[in-house]
Design a binder for this molecule. Structure first.
Ligand code: ATP
Ligand code: MG
Length: 579
């Protein structure tokens, strides 16, 4: 056990500190954690942090982690959410021990324990209306008022609870409450509701129940059933901990709880320009503001996967964020930094022109006819006469182990519109009427001889020549500054390329009550691009670095070799440095 702990990296946050001490004191044989999502939506970036923490510490300390659906509220829960949560956790690189569990499979036991509380005089059925219950809870300044049923006898309470269970009450007519303290300064201890009537079928238990336990009751007891040692949750549950401990203690050994679980709170992950609330994200899906839970702009795991984010990058991000007790907002650029880092050495490169500008090479045939003279100098190419194409063989990555690709070079090519400026800004290193020569990446140097304008004065085509001596080497007697990418017009493949900005324009979208007002209306741009064949001929889900443009992924749903579709993952670089 200690070996496993020592083998872990240097992570040493307060949770790991507690676990180390518990293990050193031999408090537990093995630690058991759980990730407990409610299946009422898709997982988001905030959940990734919780997953990395719960599964991560289990792995590091030779323990185990359960996946448990906290499915005590059937109204908003669905099988689709259950399935996708599993998929997301696995994709992040984690696995749970045993079957995925459901709080709903503990309903029988939870019911028995509720009866135990009634028998002990620790719970009662309240027949007040929901409004009365709310009004009588008091405020921070004022103690609550006891329910008229608070001191009913055990027998009366048992009968009423059985009646609740047997469907004799409508929703809102009766609830079971823990009997604690109506004057407690902690509102969560003012006789919290632990069971409510809901005449609703449940996705797991069907119509077996018309009463459902409240989260605050079901959660600690589900932890106890599963032998969870460290129940790790977010800070907003700190005020619920006294009730957590109360329930576990009251059921106690008598109810069969031998080792009580303990709750520990850490701060939620908040990232600027990002929403981490299933409810609000669901609203965007339901209203069609985004194309679905997996829209690449969504901070959901499904969205980030489709966007091309990597599990390694997301885990690295969580490691960098760390685990603390103080709330804060993490810079979104740190996430992009982690993602970018995970892509640098793993993605093949290729050329894609996002805003094509046609270039006709007027000396193409003459110049290319001489390419064989350069063979002796290591130029790796082949001429296809039928296609009038020079196929250049180039590595896919500076790490040559990643293999090679063939790039077609033809008489007409595209370069990016941004690489030819009529009125270049100061310091501009690409093409303009003054600076006419540049290197085309992976092939010859190119010199512009003429630009053609449309009626509005926009450059619509360039005429140019190539220097036949510069295939794979520098020209003699002059220096050519700057390198640009290009794609063959006849052999390149038209592709849809989607660029993204933040989905939200405001820094803290959760602070805006109407989510629509927080949206960035420019979050999606679709371009008619042209890509080299090696990019088009890829499987959906393949990630690339488009040279000079950024990292992109062949869309998992819409990409095909004939009609390629790429999503921008992240830009190539940023000035941001992680602290
Ligand atoms: P939401 O408000 O989006 O529904 P939730 O907390 O209600 O989030 P659950 O499904 O109940 O969602 O959460 C499962 C686990 O994920 C919980 O332990 C919760 O504390 C944790 N979690 C949720 N959001 C975050 C976050 N932003 N940062 C860290 N952990 C989170
Ligand atoms: Mg919740």
């Amino acid at each position: 056990m200690t070996d496993t702990a020592n083998a872990s990296t240097e992570k040493n946050d307060f949770i790991r500190h507690i676990i180390r001490e518990d293990l050193a004191a031999q408090k537990y044989e093995q630690i058991v954690t759980r990730f407990p999502p409610e299946p009422n939506g898709y997982l988001h970036l905030g959940h990734v942090k919780s997953i990395c923490l719960n599964f991560g510490v289990a792995e590091e300390f030779g323990g185990i982690c359960h996946l448990r659906y906290d499915d005590t509220n059937p109204t908003a829960e669905k099988q689709d959410y259950i399935d996708n949560i599993k998929k997301d956790v696995k994709w992040l690189g984690f696995d749970w021990v045993g079957e995925a569990r459901h709080a709903s499979s503990y309903f029988d036991q939870l019911y028995k324990w509720a009866v135990q509380l009634i028998e002990q005089g620790d719970a009662y059925v309240d027949l007040q209306t929901p409004e009365q219950i709310k009004d009588n809870r008091g405020s921070f300044a004022e103690p609550g008022k006891p329910s008229p049923q608070r001191d009913a006898s055990v027998e009366e309470n048992l009968q009423r609870f059985a009646d609740m269970r047997n469907g004799k009450y409508a929703e809102g007519e009766a609830v079971l409450r823990a009997k604690i303290d109506m004057a407690s300064p902690n509102m969560n201890l003012r006789d919290p509701i632990i069971y409510r009537v809901m005449h609703q079928s449940h996705h797991q238990t069907g119509d077996a129940w018309c009463i459902y336990p409240m989260y605050d009751f079901a959660h600690p007891l589900s932890d106890a059933i599963e032998g969870i040692t460290h129940s790790i949750c977010t800070l907003e549950f700190e005020d619920h901990r006294p009730f957590y401990e109360w329930v576990v203690d009251k059921i106690g050994k008598k109810g069969g709880i031998e080792t009580p679980p303990h709750q520990y709170e850490f701060s939620r992950l908040n990232v600027d320009h990002t929403l981490t609330s299933k409810r609000k994200l669901k609203q965007l899906v339901d209203e069609g503001v985004v194309s679905g839970w997996d829209d690449p702009r969504m901070p959901t795991v499904a969205g980030m996967r489709r966007r091309g984010y990597t599990p390694e990058g997301l885990r690295d991000f969580c490691d960098r964020v760390g685990v603390a007790k103080a709330d804060g907002v993490v810079d979104f650029r740190l996430l992009e930094f982690s993602i970018r880092q995970s892509l640098e050495t793993t993605t093949a490169r290729g050329m894609a022109v996002l805003n094509p500008l046609k270039v006709t090479i007027t000396n193409f045939n003459d110049a290319v006819a001489q390419w064989e003279d350069l063979k002796a100098e290591g130029v790796n190419a082949r001429w296809d006469d039928a296609q009038q194409t020079l196929w250049l063989t180039q590595p896919k990555h500076p790490n040559v182990d990643m293999g090679e690709r063939e790039i077609p070079f033809t008489e007409t090519i595209y370069i990016d519109q941004g690489d030819y400026e009529l009125e270049p800004p100061k310091g501009y290193k690409r093409l303009s009427p003054e600076k006419t020569e540049i290197r085309l990446r992976n092939t010859y140097c190119l010199a512009v001889t003429e630009h053609i304008l449309d009626e509005a004065g926009n450059v619509v085509e360039l005429k140019a020549t190539i220097d036949p001596t510069t295939l794979g080497k520098n020209p003699e007697g002059r220096k050519v500054k700057g390198v640009i990418h290009w794609v063959s017009a006849s052999q390149g493949v038209p592709a849809t390329v989607r660029l993204y900005e933040q989905l939200f324009a405001v820094e803290d979208p959760s602070s805006v009550s109407d989510v629509h007002e927080a949206l960035n209306l420019n979050s999606l741009t679709e371009l008619a691009a042209v890509v080299e064949p090696s990019l088009a001929n890829s499987d959906a889900g393949t990630r690339f670095q488009f040279e000079r443009e950024g990292y992109f992924i062949a869309d998992s749903e819409e990409h095909s070799n004939d009609k390629p579709v790429f999503n921008q993952i992240v830009s190539l670089r940023d000035t941001f440095k992680p602290g």
